[in-house]
Design a protein around this ligand. Structure first.
Ligand code: TUI
Length: 322
């Protein structure tokens, strides 16, 4: 562990060295990635996505075989397996859960009972307030710069509004890739950051190398939002699949039919490496991800560059009064 002043309340709350979460991305965030991030001092998170309970248990065992440090599981609340996934989380005494794509309120009491910290992802102030009342431990405020299923508000406007609305710690997500992003998040009142897209290019991330290459080649305007008509907008890299959906939406295809086109496409991209027909969910910051690196190196780089940014700002504004 490197000595750093960049430690926050969230580090104490969950027992991690650095206030950096790895997004719990479905079909991307396996036990291998989560273990490497947690061992590197951040919070590694297994993405349960639409996976059944057996798969999750196996990934939890992979993490426990590599590290004794805290780790998390992301529960995608639209999954048909939510209840059995929660059961595994309880049996395995998972230290932290994050949730996405819904309201996890009804699961909070049983998780709190066993000491699992509950940290839902929110995309609005209204849900943030409701979940604080339900007793969650912290929140992840996720802006629409993120990849995958997104809300409508950008990270810069969302984070300070959520921070002002609640007393519990807030983690900023969406558009963060480096130390500058971490310092900016802290300036907005967050206690840390969650990053998905950069960790997709971690060496330990088991997705197809073709997808990592696509992210590294991506420029600033590489992502698009598809599926607005379905009520579940999704950000991903522009490819044949996104253009096909756009075309069908323009032709007025029924939202249920549009939804069906997406089934299996995330797996097709991440596992099979089909860069044209798969759904390459990734955030707007993809354009700033430059190389494949070990997860521990990514974490150290963010902390060291955040310290440098802080020094730069202090030197610049410290001179004002002199
Ligand atoms: O969940 C995510 N990102 C995801 S989930 C996912 S799997 C999927 N695949 C295809 C279509 C849809 C999903 C891929 N990426 N991020 C967390 C997140 N949660 N972003 C936004 C929300 C959210 C949105 C609405 C949370 C709650 C909510 O409203 C719930 C309510 O009851 O008010």
């Amino acid at each position: 562990m490197i000595k750093t002043m960049i430690r926050t309340k969230i580090c104490e709350l969950i027992g991690i060295d650095y206030p950096i979460f790895q997004g719990g991305m479905a079909w991307v965030a396996t036990g291998e990635l989560a273990a490497a991030v947690s061992e590197g001092g951040g919070l590694g998170i297994i993405g349960a996505g639409h996976a059944p309970a057996d798969w999750l248990r196996q990934e939890i065992h992979k993490v426990k075989a590599v590290t004794n440090k805290p780790f998390g599981v992301n529960v995608m609340l639209m999954s048909p397996f939510v209840d059995e996934v929660m059961q595994v989380i309880i049996e395995e005494r998972v230290p932290v859960i994050t949730t996405g794509a819904g309201n996890p309120g009804k699961y909070v009491p049983m998780l709190k009972e066993i000491g699992t910290k509950v940290i839902p992802v929110v995309a609005s102030v209204a849900l943030a307030k409701r979940l604080e009342k339900a007793g969650v431990d912290a929140l992840i405020a996720e802006g629409m710069e993120s990849g995958g299923h997104i809300g409508e508000i950008g990270t810069f406007p969302l984070v300070p509004q959520v921070v002002d609305a609640v007393k519990i710690p807030v983690i900023a997500a969406g558009g963060v890739v480096d130390g500058r992003g971490l310092i900016a998040a802290l300036a907005l009142g967050a206690e840390g950051v969650q990053m998905g897209t950069r960790f997709m290019c971690a060496e330990e991330c088991t997705i197809s190398p073709l997808i990592k290459a696509k992210i590294i080649q991506a420029k600033d305007r590489a992502t698009v939002i598809t599926g607005r008509s379905t009520g579940h907008p999704v950000r991903c890299l522009d490819n044949h699949f996104t253009r096909e959906i756009d075309e069908y939406e323009r032709q007025g295809m029924a939202p249920e039919e549009i939804g069906k086109l997406g089934v299996g496409r995330l797996q097709l991209a991440m596992v099979d490496g089909d860069v044209e027909n798969g759904s390459i969910m990734a955030g707007q910051i993809a354009g700033a991800v430059k190389r494949v690196e070990p997860a521990a190196y990514i974490i150290r780089d963010i902390i060291q560059s955040a310290e440098q940014e802080y020094e730069r700002l202090s030197a610049r504004f410290g001179e004002r009064g002199a």
